[in-house]
Ligand binder design. Structure first.
Ligand code: AMP
Length: 402
């Protein structure tokens, strides 16, 4: 137990660290920032203070310890150092928690060892997350460190949804199953969507469409996730900025045997050179919309393929849930791109899903409904806040409320 009211949220990626200090009593965010290009010659740290002023440092951050040391320095310069008694916990975003971590977890040596054992299923993310945890533990050994897993919200998937229809022994030997990602966002948004309707999340069925550069959908029944579009890796599901989403797995063999591509080349193709980028050369939806508006055929096709896949998933998740109360759009594209929301819901009137063009065109940072009053299913825009969700889960855990 601590008397602190603040949580430092750390999101350590392979070459970046994002951080936010959140006060759980007054909701303020006294500091936030980002270190980019760790290990490269042109590293950069941008720190945003409580009053919104930014400080920028362009220098080499040799490794994660150096980057996190610089973050600690920036916080200390604002009187918010890691030694502050006001700090209750550090909340770490950890991408992969496998089947073991179903809830936020207090970090111990054993927990770190287990996150390390999951590296084979999250080779790009878990190593950086572990480094973040280890450095933070060194800087402040007495403070509770809480790991919040991107996969945890999806551990409730029924076995029939989590299993691929392949040989069980092979699957189990290599931990092959559908894990899902973006869980912290899906959890936050599904609850916020229920609250927007003025209802208890336990009574509400939600389809969440998290459309950022990575994109995923989930079906949430009464607060419990029952289906999600990402799988063993974040490649499955929706068309994304640079990822293909669903493809026939036979495509991999074809490109290898007939096309002569190596496994690494196919991995690179599907994860980094596909999706909107692959279809039209731009991965930013703003550019896609601008070009499509000017009559560019490739951009139009990219947009159409993107929303076609979305509509297909909305229909599929309707069938999974049986009854849908609200469809919630979130993340960069979902929160900002009215044409995507309109096209994703077009033609779904028979399911009770419709978008009011006027409400849809309103620009706002607030959670809001965009469906007409008569519609059976609410359609909402709900800005996601993964940092707040991580902070709340970490704070609740250290105060014994989990
Ligand atoms: P995220 O991963 O949630 O930060 O989302 C990033 C993506 O959101 C970018 O790649 C853009 O494609 C998209 N985005 C951000 N702002 C807009 C906007 N005003 N209109 C359309 N797409 C946007």
């Amino acid at each position: 137990m601590t008397d602190g009211t603040r949580v430092l949220v750390l999101n350590a990626g392979s070459s970046s660290v994002k951080y936010q200090l959140i006060d759980m009593v007054d909701g303020s965010r006294p500091a936030a920032g980002l270190v980019e290009r760790i290990g490269e010659a042109d590293g950069r740290l941008v720190h945003t203070a409580a009053d919104g002023t930014k400080r920028e440092r362009a220098e080499v951050f040799a490794d994660h310890p150096a980057a996190l040391g610089a973050v600690a320095g920036e916080l200390a310069a604002d009187g918010l150092g890691l030694d502050s008694p006001r700090l209750a916990a550090i909340g770490h975003r950890v991408v992969h928690g496998g089947q073991r971590f179903t809830a936020p977890t207090l970090v111990t040596d054993e927990v770190v060892a287990e996150i390390r054992r999951l590296i084979p299923v999250a080779p790009l993310h878990n190593p950086a997350n572990i480094t973040g945890i280890e450095v933070a533990r060194t800087l402040r050994p007495d403070l509770p460190q809480v790991a919040v897993f991107d996969t945890a919200f999806h551990t409730t998937l029924p076995e029939a949804a989590a299993r691929y229809a392949i040989d069980r022994k092979t699957a189990d030997e290599h931990r092959v199953r559908r894990y899902g990602f973006h869980g912290t966002s899906h959890q936050y948004v599904s609850r916020a969507a229920a609250r927007l309707l003025g209802r208890d999340p336990a009574e509400v069925n939600v389809i969440v469409l998290h459309l950022g550069n990575g994109a995923s959908a989930s079906a949430v029944a009464g607060g419990v996730c029952v289906e999600t579009s990402m799988g063993l890796t974040p490649l499955e599901g929706l068309v994304m900025g640079t990822r293909s989403g669903d493809v026939d797995p036979g495509l991999v063999f074809h490109l290898h045997r007939v096309g002569g591509l190596t496994v690494d080349e196919i991995d690179d193709l599907l994860n980094r050179r596909s999706g909107l980028l692959g279809l039209c050369g731009d991965n930013d939806m703003r550019e896609v919309l601008r070009r499509a508006g000017e009559g560019d055929e490739e951009a139009r096709l990219a947009f159409d393929a993107y929303v076609h896949r979305l509509r297909k998933y909305v229909g599929a998740y309707y069938a999974v849930l049986g009854r849908v109360d609200v469809v919630a759009f979130t993340a960069g594209v979902g929160e900002n791109a009215a044409p995507v929301r309109e096209a994703a819901c077009a033609g779904l009137e028979a399911l009770g899903i419709a978008v009011d063009p006027e409400l849809n065109s309103v620009r706002s940072g607030a959670a809001r409904l965009i469906s007409p009053g008569y519609a059976r299913v609410a359609v909402a825009v709900v800005p996601t806040d993964e940092e707040l969700e991580i902070a709340q889960q970490a704070f609740a855990l250290v105060h014994g409320r989990n």
